[in-house]
Design a protein around this ligand. Structure first.
Ligand SMILES: Cc1cc2nc3c(=O)[nH]c(=O)nc-3n(C[C@H](O)[C@H](O)[C@H](O)COP(=O)(O)O)c2cc1C
Length: 373
């Protein structure tokens, strides 16, 4: 049994919730649990460089759940053992990913269509490890196959320690709204903790969902990419205090620290990583495609910023273009900025400017001139 300091948790998001981002979110306060990006059970069992790095976490992130995906019970059990060996607090199973690359291999959300098989996986895992095995699922496969309450009950019987539910079907992908009535039904159907998930953008929404639905906690994804202070703000409101204000300068510092943490991931130190991939082909893995596509969609939707920011175009050519790890960091900041700039006055201009920067110094200056005006 793991005791969490807060009922609010950072949802797993491929391409986004890397260790650096998770550390920064934890540092703002109010976050009880972080979950890694999803990693492949196959990659863990075979010891693939990139997979091992994706599963990395640092001590300050604890408690931390490593999320794995896959469809073979034996491999999932062995992958869970790898996760346990790494020292993770929880191993979480992805039963929500709708991306065909993942779902077509009896993994991700397609496991919701094969409840017996899903139960076999969880049973094999709970027998193989002593850390808690949790599951993140959707409402169901499509609106004719909404089975989250039944599946949750089955998985509870084979030893799942907690369930998180994103209240959309795989067919909905990210359209429509997360069905919190269904999430409440799942919470009533089982006696293990249920975390609700979907569409919480304002800190007060986290408290409202918690109060109204009987869930043990709320998992937040995109709301944190826009506002990494959302947990701290919800915690303050819950304690009867005003939500702490976040200034433009705070937001700028967050991005600069994110760059520094990504650039300086340390190896073989007590607070650092045990494993870092030797290559930097960040968009090569399955789920990252979802991250990139979704980030770009949302990016297009936020073309409503004010005309308050004019990027310095000379910056684009002032430094040689970044390569290797620095290029990877620039791509990561671009991906985050698609969400992070949403709702900011002039945010769409900033996003364009960030997308045009080709070097770390230019990126830092672009951020500084927007946020430290
Ligand atoms: C860019 C992106 C990547 C995601 N990657 C994962 C993942 O690796 N594993 C997972 O279970 N869910 C993943 N999700 C789904 C989120 O965890 C969450 O269920 C969903 O975004 C709904 O919650 P929200 O409205 O708070 O964002 C991802 C979502 C986004 C937007």
């Amino acid at each position: 049994m793991i005791k969490l300091s807060s009922p609010f948790a950072l949802a797993p998001m491929a391409g986004m919730t890397d260790s650096a981002f998770r550390r920064l979110v934890k540092r703002q306060g109010g976050c009880g649990l972080v979950v890694t990006e999803m990693v492949s059970s196959e990659g863990l069992v075979r010891g693939i460089d990139r997979t091992l790095e994706y599963a990395e976490f640092t001590e300050e992130e604890r408690p931390v759940a490593v999320q794995i995906f896959g469809g073979d019970p034996e491999k999932m059990a062995r992958a869970a053992q790898e996760v346990e060996k790494m020292g993770a607090d929880i191993v979480d199973v992805n039963m929500g990913c709708p991306v065909p690359k993942v779902a077509k291999h009896s993994a991700g959300c397609s496991l919701m269509r094969e409840p017996e098989h899903a139960a076999k996986i969880i049973k094999a895992m709970t027998r193989a490890v002593s850390i808690p095995v949790t599951v993140k699922m959707r409402a169901g496969w499509n609106d004719r196959e909404v089975n989250a309450p039944e599946l949750a009950r089955m998985l509870e019987r084979v030893g799942a320690a907690a369930i998180a539910v994103h209240g959309r079907t795989a067919a909905q992908c990210y359209t429509g709204r997360s069905d919190w009535d269904l999430i409440a039904r799942v919470a009533r159907a089982v006696s293990i903790p249920v975390y609700g998930n979907g569409d919480c953008i304002e800190p007060t929404e986290l408290l409202q969902r918690l109060a109204e639905t009987g869930v043990a906690g709320v998992l937040v994804g995109r709301g944190v990419l826009r506002n990494p202070w959302i947990f701290a703000q919800a915690a303050a409101v819950s304690a009867g205090q005003p939500a702490p204000e976040v200034s433009l300068a705070d937001r700028g510092r967050f991005l600069l620290e994110y760059i520094d943490l990504l650039l300086n991931q340390r190896l073989n130190e007590p607070m650092g990583f045990r494993h870092q991939a030797t290559t930097v082909d960040i968009w090569q893995d399955d789920e990252a495609g979802l991250a990139q596509d979704t980030a770009e969609d949302i990016g297009r939707a936020c073309e409503n910023g004010g005309p308050t920011f004019r990027p310095d175009e000379s910056l684009a050519h002032a430094y040689p273009p970044a390569r290797g790890r620095q290029r990877w960091v620039i791509n990561k900041v671009r991906a985050l900025s698609a969400w992070y700039t949403r709702g900011l006055d002039g945010g769409s201009h900033l996003r364009v400017a960030i997308n045009q920067t080709e070097s770390i110094p230019a990126l830092r200056q672009t951020i500084a001139s927007f946020f430290f005006r």
